[in-house]
Structure formats: C-alpha cells, structure tokens
Design a protein around this ligand. Structure first.
Ligand code: SF4
Length: 371
C-alpha cells in the first residue's frame, strides 16, 4: 500500500502536469505537435484508466503501439491451434486468448463446437492436464513477448526433466525491438518518441533500446505503470523533443537494470533462437520472433504434428492493423462501439484486457482531445 501511494501523490502529479504543459507551450510556439507511442498493453490500459491523455496539451499526443501480445498474434496461429484441436489434441491456453478471432473461429467458438480447450493460469498447469490424460496429446499455446517466454521455456525444461511424452508447445513468441524498428521504417507511421515497455525491459534491459536512439534519433524512455511513472516518462520524452536531444532514459530503474535479467536471458538463449514472425497488422518482420532450437524441436507442436501455419485472414472491416501501428485511434474504426464491443469483439484489440480498443471502450474516448 505504501508503495502504491508513493507513486500516486497528487502534488507530484500536478507538478509533472504543469511541467508537461510548459513543454506543450514551447511546442505550440514552434508550431509543432509530437507523437509519443507506448508499446506496452499495461501502459495502454493505465493511460486510459487514469485519464492521462486528458491531462496533456494538444501538442503532445499519445499513440498505442503493438504492445499487447494477444493483439499481435496472427489469425493464422489461432487457425493452426484449432486444427490441432480438431485432430484430437487438448489445447491449454491463457484465458485472454479464448476470444481472439481466427480466420473463421476463435478458440471459444471451437470449444462450443466440441474442441477440448482448457484455460490455464500459468504454463505449468498444462503439466497436470497432460498427466491426467496420458492417452491424449496436450498442446500449450505459448504466445507473448520476452516477459512470457521465460515461464513457457521453464515449462519446456520441466517437460524434458520429467519426461512428459504427451505435452508440447505451439509457440508464437515476439520480440519488441524488431517491431520498433519496423514501425520506424514505415513511412506512413509518425512516431517522435517511445515510452518503452516495463515488463519486457525488465528482461531485455534498458540498453536494448540504445540502437533505436542511435539509428533514428528517437528518444526512448523506459517507464513503469503507476500514474506518476507514466507522467514522468511523458515529461522526459517531451523535454528531449523540445531540446532536440534524443537519449535513452531509464526512469524505471527500481525494476529495470541496464543489462536486464541476465539469468532469464541465458534461459531463453539456451532453448530459443530468432526466427521471422508474422504480427497481426504489421505482417512478417524478419527475426522478430523466437522458436525452439532444433535440440528441443520434439517439444514444438508445429514440428511434432507437421503443422503448416499460414497467415490468417482477419475480418476485412477490422482496423486493428492501423490501430496497432498508431495510424488511427480506436474510435476511428467504423466498427468501434457498434459492431465491435467487448461482448462481441471483431478484432483482438477489443478482446484483450490490454487491447487499445478495449481500453478506449471501457474508459471513454473524450480524453483524446486534451485540454
Ligand atoms: S474497434 Fe474492433 S474491429 Fe475496429 S480496430 Fe478495434 S478491434 Fe478491430
């Protein structure tokens, strides 16, 4: 409780908002508007929950990037998982994957049609399912960024150690830095600074963003999830943009080290290797994913079942791709709040608790305009 109140002090918040307003005035004098992108689903939700957009001057705009692991999982991955279920496998997955649309169905749809899909609270839960059903193949759906890779790899290590023959993992791991490079290389996307993810940075370390600053001259601020963390990150990014001095700033040093979590990195490196990956909305990005190394290929469901995963076909009316690139705000999608709601999601950004469409739908969009 003491921890939480320390990062929600009104006086400190008001001070930061005033300072941000000063940077906004400088930008206005220069006729500039700057766009800051957060690349973290927890940031996206916190920014909406605390109404942070509404505290900012019009010259400082926040964009939500591809920071929600569920949202960036391609429809083709859902299709492949359903294919496995149709062949008789039990699917074990985190709950927020259940309603993510595939090309024709979600996992929840597949379950209602007879597929055996079970919700896990942790990857290790899949071990119990496999032990309870030795006659069936069990496949854990291992998706996520660097943060989630470590516990899934720990599951693979346990499958090997305990010799569980009927459990494998269907991976769709994604790396954040290659996605940032891809966004900055897209001429249709305008990003002036990044608010870098907190959880991911705890694993990969703040220094992982140094090449972004060096190559593109785009400031990067690693910041935490509390309202003051986010306001501080915005203030630091705005200060660098006003000064024309892009740097890498780690304002979440109470959790994120420059080098990251070296033990977790060693674990990932022992089991995984980089591979090209398909991101929903962003397409295939070279070396932006991780797959099990050949020595562990027998735990890879795609290898074990000779799966041919092809890119899925999302609903053509869904604008999740543009939302994930920060090209449009969720409310600019014609389906937002009408055909697409959290109860009846058309795209993944409305499904996940960390999706930007879900965040805007839950907390409102009026704060988009700012003071
Ligand atoms: S509102 Fe729904 S359909 Fe539109 S971009 Fe968001 S998730 Fe996709």
């Amino acid at each position: 409780m003491q921890y939480i109140t320390a990062f929600r002090q009104g006086d400190a918040g008001r001070h930061l908002v005033r300072q941000i307003a000063r940077w906004g005035a400088q930008l206005a004098d220069a006729g500039r508007t700057v766009f800051l992108m957060e690349v973290c689903g927890s940031h996206t939700m916190a920014i909406s929950r605390y109404g942070i957009r509404g505290l900012l001057p019009r010259q400082i705009r926040l964009l939500s990037g591809p920071g929600c692991p569920v949202c960036v999982t391609d429809a083709g991955y859902i299709d492949a998982a359903i294919q496995l279920a149709e062949q008789g496998a039990i699917l074990a997955t985190f709950g927020d994957m259940m309603r993510v649309p595939g090309t024709d169905f979600s996992l929840a749809d597949a379950r209602s049609r007879g597929a055996d899909v079970r919700v896990c609270y942790a990857p290790y839960d899949a071990m119990a399912i496999a032990r309870d059903h030795p006659e069936r193949e069990v496949v854990f759906l291992g998706i996520g960024f660097e943060t989630t890779m470590a516990p899934v790899v720990a599951l693979v290590r346990e499958i090997e150690r305990q010799s569980v023959p009927n459990l494998s993992v269907l991976t769709a791991f994604k790396l954040v830095p290659p996605a940032l490079h891809a966004l900055l290389g897209d001429p249709e996307v305008r990003i002036d600074a990044f608010l870098c993810p907190a959880h991911v940075s705890a694993i990969i370390g703040a220094l992982a963003y140094r090449p972004i600053v060096a190559q593109y001259g785009v400031p990067c601020v690693v910041c935490g999830f509390e309202p003051l963390d986010i306001l501080l990150g915005i203030e630091q990014a705005a200060a660098m943009l006003c000064a024309g001095k892009p740097e890498l700033v780690n304002s979440y040093s109470r959790v994120v080290r420059p080098q990251g979590n070296v033990a977790a990195q060693a674990l990932l490196d022992a089991f995984l290797e980089p591979t090209d990956a398909t991101w929903r909305g962003l397409g295939t990005i070279a070396q932006s994913g991780m797959r099990l190394r050949n020595a562990f290929a027998h735990f890879d469901a795609a290898v074990r079942f000779d799966l041919r995963e092809t890119p899925g076909t999302p609903d053509p009316a869904c604008r999740c791709g543009d939302v994930l690139k920060g090209k449009i705000a969720p409310a600019d999608c014609p389906l937002f709040g009408g055909a697409c709601t959290p109860l009846h999601p058309v795209g993944p950004c409305m499904v996940s608790a960390e999706g930007s469409c879900a965040a805007h739908h839950r907390y409102g969009t009026a704060e988009e305009l700012g003071p």
